[in-house]
Design a protein around this ligand. Sequence first.
Ligand SMILES: [Zn+2]
Length: 426
Amino acid sequence: MNTSTKLQCEVCNNVVLLKVYGGYVHENRFAFNCPECNITISGYWIWNEDVSQGFVKEFKCNNANRADETSEPSHILQLATEFFTFKIKPYSLSDPTIFLSPYILEQMSSRRSQEKSSLVRMIAEGFDEEYKVAMRIWELFQNKNFKYLDRQLISNHFVEKPRLAVETLNIDYPKVIQLVIINLFSFIFNKQIYLDKLQELRKMLQTLFKKNPQEMIALRNDLSELVTYADRSVVQLLKNFAQYFRLLWPIILSDLFGPDDIQKIKEKQGILTTNFDMLKNYYVEAYEALGSVLPLLLGIQNIKIRADRNKFEPSILHEFNKLQTIKDFEKQIQNKGNRIKFFVKENIFSPLLEPTILDNIIRNSIGHHSYDYKADQQLIRFKDKNRNHDLFLIEFGNLLYKSVFATLAAFEISMFLKYEVPEDNS
Ligand SMILES: [Zn+2]
């Protein structure tokens, strides 16, 4: 299902040729900035499932209209769901790549296209239903509505139905709920290294609790308010990811199947499935939520390395001389960029938690709207006070994608502290 259309900007009348390569999803979103006047042009195509009724079922576009077929385009853009595409470039008949689809270009270099497409198709077909069920189960669990929670868990095959009427269900709810949530995002664990690390983290928490029960109970106690709400705030980030991951398909797929190295391709290639405007607020929310649960992670790290929740790595402690306890860390160090510094020198959560995902300059620059976006290059310049930080859109998208692994680690830890470490009532 390939098609092309000419879009005329409603602001400046400039015409861009949009070539669309329909993959296995029925809806293709796009967003770009007009190369002439820079206004954001965004819209979507919905393909007909029954092609006898024509390829396109619905097409909507903001700030541009379909242009007359005879009009001359200034630029060309390729839109594909699963692949990186060339950034907007001047329309020139002497450029051979304007006639080749991203799929063909990729096939010429590798055989990964088939694998990518089948994953996208699988997720496109099943994810929404699984998401609905998982979030319904999460809500029933939050509301402690065990009667209906049990029914949902059974009817969705997360637990087995008792064979005898007299048998009672013996469900370890937090464990099952964790499984339901993690399972929903299992597709990003195609890359074994993350899955291994998450399972290792689970075992590590159990071992740590056996070895240092008093420290773990004290940590839960010191951070009790945070423990109460942390699981909810990280699940909110996972809900966000469920909304935006489709915008990041090329990034996710290249990470899962390699070997597109973002650093090597970022100058020439990008993504057209989204733009900076659509993603920036997700970053701010991830920054705030992950930043606020960091005390839990740091307490665990201190116990793991020094068997004491209040003993920090000495060289970093040097920078924060008033800091004495993990409670101080939560109360005194409000700047999330400072919080993440404690994971730069030592980091027992790597590669789930990459310190680079929490960037103070990016956060402040989005918050204060002090950034520039060069649409044609897909280059963002973040500005905070006198500091600049340049990122291509695919690098920024990659930060968002990487933040999900940290979110899953935080989910694991917050569930463990809340449900498996007892409260200290003494
Ligand atoms: Zn324009």
